[in-house]
Design a protein around this ligand. Sequence first.
Ligand code: ATP
Length: 285
Amino acid sequence: NFVSAVVPPGEIGVKFDDIGALEDVKTALNELVILPMRRPELFTRGNLLRPCKGILLFGPPGTGKTLLAKALATEAGANFISITGSSLTSKIWALDGSAIVVELRDIWFGDAEKLTKALFSFASKLAPVIIFVDEVDSLLGARGGSFEHEATRRMRNEFMAAWDGLRSRDSQRILILGATNRPFDLDDAVIRRLPRRIYVDLPDAENRMKILKIILDRENLEPGFQLRNLANATEGYSGSDLKNLCIAAAYRPVQELLQEEKKESNIDVAPVLRPLNFDDFIQAK
Ligand code: ATP
């Protein structure tokens, strides 16, 4: 009874089109997940096309792994359960778009087996479903030797046993999707269960341009603003860095306007925000 509702696909609100660049990753996910979930009948004949039970997304922080996971659920027409390894919380997206958060920490001690069983039996009721394990290295990382907490070890063993226990009928409709910035911290046993591994790379200038185009789609930009210049000036930025940069730039005109209002006390005039300008932001990183 640890959850009562889950969000069906359309409610998550992110689609592949909301993600800039990462074309190869989207193509791979289409073949591995979207097609088999949407057209299972095409994958039942013979032995060659078997649904994939586990996929690992790995790559630097902020490159869009979480965003991809959510969009994948939308595109595959699947429900979505998200578990975060480091904070030990589990989030189930509810029908109204809110999320139910289960603090695994609180039920961790002694109840690891029960919780994991509940998660998997719940998932099979929800199928097709994607179970997204963010920071999978924290939840299912390498064995921590004698320092590892007993409960952590039990949780991991139970998780893997339940995972192995997915019947083949279910495995077509339940996908475990792990994400990590630290693939080398993963236990061999986990790596083996995530046979498809997809690298989610930092964007190059061309791809930064695609991401910026999406992020700045509805912003008021200075006349003559060149997306390409900003893309060229942001070498090394992840999608998340680009988003934060744009938020900072969008906030600047608000700050300036508030300063002006303080000085002038002429509050009859309707406030006009100046367009976004990136000059102050693109040197330092
Ligand atoms: P972490 O490894 O730190 O958990 P992550 O790889 O899961 O990061 P996200 O959490 O998906 O990255 O990205 C953070 C935010 O950055 C997203 O919510 C989105 O706003 C923005 N972002 C990242 N990549 C892209 C992209 N390719 N297109 C559009 N926005 C992006």
